[in-house]
Design a protein around this ligand. Structure first.
Ligand code: HAM
Length: 423
């Protein structure tokens, strides 16, 4: 019988890579907390309607990439393709948005039926930060500052570039969409049926089309920046001034339109050259219209989400991943529960160490090899000398470096043998 395998695009994280994951998870959680963001958790499954109304019916995500099904009641549900919609829904439903400023973070799996490749998966993890109730550009600057602090902490800042753009207010975008639609339809003869369909439904998407005919026509298309109103321009100018004042470098790109409809005004992405085609590690922006679109109170809001796989890949590509060791100390030998009891004593003396009891017996040489493979530096070997039990503490990779002590002295002797705890 063929061995069952994981669903395409949904990966396991093997134990040697989980330390790299934990490192970035801890860095995000602690950095978000230091900025006053609080964790929120919300379901992975929501009504399909939530994503249609927020991300937008005519986006790739909603049109082609959602895992949607009917549950036993006949309700249409979807696995969340991103976190902002669910976060905003939860914050409103929990009553957090009533005349309050809230800073939230979340982390968890998202699902998109995209074509899998390096850095692009069908189940992937995001860290998200969302700030509600603050309408000024200072919160946009704070969000960028938070991401920048995370890159600093993970020592990947040098590999990331911040790209920003102003996508205008909702009304600006509507006018721009109409102008774009009119333009593309005026050149309908040069487009195929699919592109014409787009031109009618969601013409903005034609701007990042890969179809050579569309690219040719798009060259002379109206520009979004010519349709952005004064209020958005001012907000965006002030945001840029704040980023400069904070010493955060950025590039501006009119091509940065983001694939979700809820954005307005300032949007951003952090991109890298180190990962190949899937170069966006983090993306976000303002979405002042979202809560009202979901039927809640109008609430100014902004946020971003980090693709955790991509951040881990980046840290690995830059050689920043921690060693994937299972153990610092291996305890071997002894009878009955002796090894387990000794391991417990050692853990009590040195809570910073991972102490693994080598169970199941076998030759000393193969047990030492196992200890070496586990990453342990020291082996604590329980022996039986002529005058009673003894404990030999030795370097796993060098039998000549060893001390032999009475069992009661082993915890102190091990501590001395290993020196001070790692910082
Ligand atoms: P997004 O740009 O669609 O934005 O996704 C954010 C990040 O998630 C991307 O920059 C990328 O690193 C990662 N990502 C997206 N799709 C995949 C995939 N298929 N495989 C691996 N990683 C992926 C959002 O999701 C918005 N909710 C961000 C936001 C928060 N805007 C405001 N607040």
């Amino acid at each position: 019988m063929a061995m069952l395998r994981a669903v395409r695009g949904m990966s396991d994280v093997p134990p040697e890579r989980t330390p790299a994951w934990r490192r970035v998870e801890r860095a995000f959680q602690e950095t978000a907390a230091r900025f006053g963001y609080q964790e929120i958790r919300f379901p992975m499954l929501e009504r399909t309607e939530l994503f249609r109304r927020s991300i937008g019916d005519a986006t790739d995500i909603v049109e082609k990439e959602m895992y949607t099904f009917e549950d036993r009641n006949g309700d249409s549900l979807s696995l969340r393709p991103e976190g902002t919609a669910g976060c905003a829904r939860a914050a409103e439903q929990l009553g957090l948005l009533h005349q309050r400023r809230v800073r939230l973070w979340y982390q968890g799996p998202m699902f998109r039926h995209e074509r899998p490749q390096k850095g692009r998966y069908r189940q992937f993890q995001q860290f998200g930060a969302e700030a509600f109730g603050m309408s000024g550009p200072d919160v946009d600057a704070e969000l960028v500052q938070l991401a920048a602090a995370l890159w600093e902490r993970l020592d990947v800042a040098g590999a990331l570039t911040l790209v920003i753009n102003n996508v205008g207010g909702a009304e600006d975008r509507r006018r721009y969409g109409a102008a774009l639609s009119e333009y593309f339809m005026s050149r309908a003869g040069e487009l195929d049926e699919e592109a014409r369909e787009r031109a009618r439904g969601n013409p903005v998407r034609l701007l990042d089309s890969k179809d050579p005919a569309v690219i040719e026509v798009a060259k002379d298309a109206p520009k979004l920046e010519d349709h952005v109103g004064e209020e958005s321009r001012r907000h965006y100018r002030e945001w840029k001034a704040m980023l400069r004042a904070l010493g955060i470098a950025f590039e501006e790109s009119p091509q940065l339109v983001r694939g979700l409809d809820y954005y307005n005004c300032g949007v951003h992405e952090w991109v890298t050259d180190a990962l190949g085609a899937q170069n966006a590690v983090c993306g976000g922006g303002r979405y002042d219209g979202l809560t009202a679109q979901l039927g809640g109170r109008p609430t100014p809001a902004a946020g971003f989400a980090v693709g955790v796989e991509r951040l881990v890949l980046l840290a690995e590509a830059l050689g920043k991943e921690p060693p994937a060791r299972a153990a610092d100390v291996a305890v071997l030998g002894g009878e009955g529960a002796e090894a387990l009891a000794m391991a417990a004593r050692l853990r009590r003396r040195r809570p910073d160490l991972r102490v693994v009891a080598d169970l199941g017996g076998g030759k000393l040489s193969s047990r030492i090899r196992r200890a070496l493979e586990s990453g342990a530096r020291a082996a604590v070997v329980l022996e039986r000398a002529d005058d009673g039990p003894a404990v030999r503490i030795r370097a796993v990779d060098d039998a000549s470096r060893s001390v032999t002590v009475a069992p009661g002295e082993a915890p102190e002797a091990l501590a001395a043998f290993l020196g001070a705890p790692d910082a």
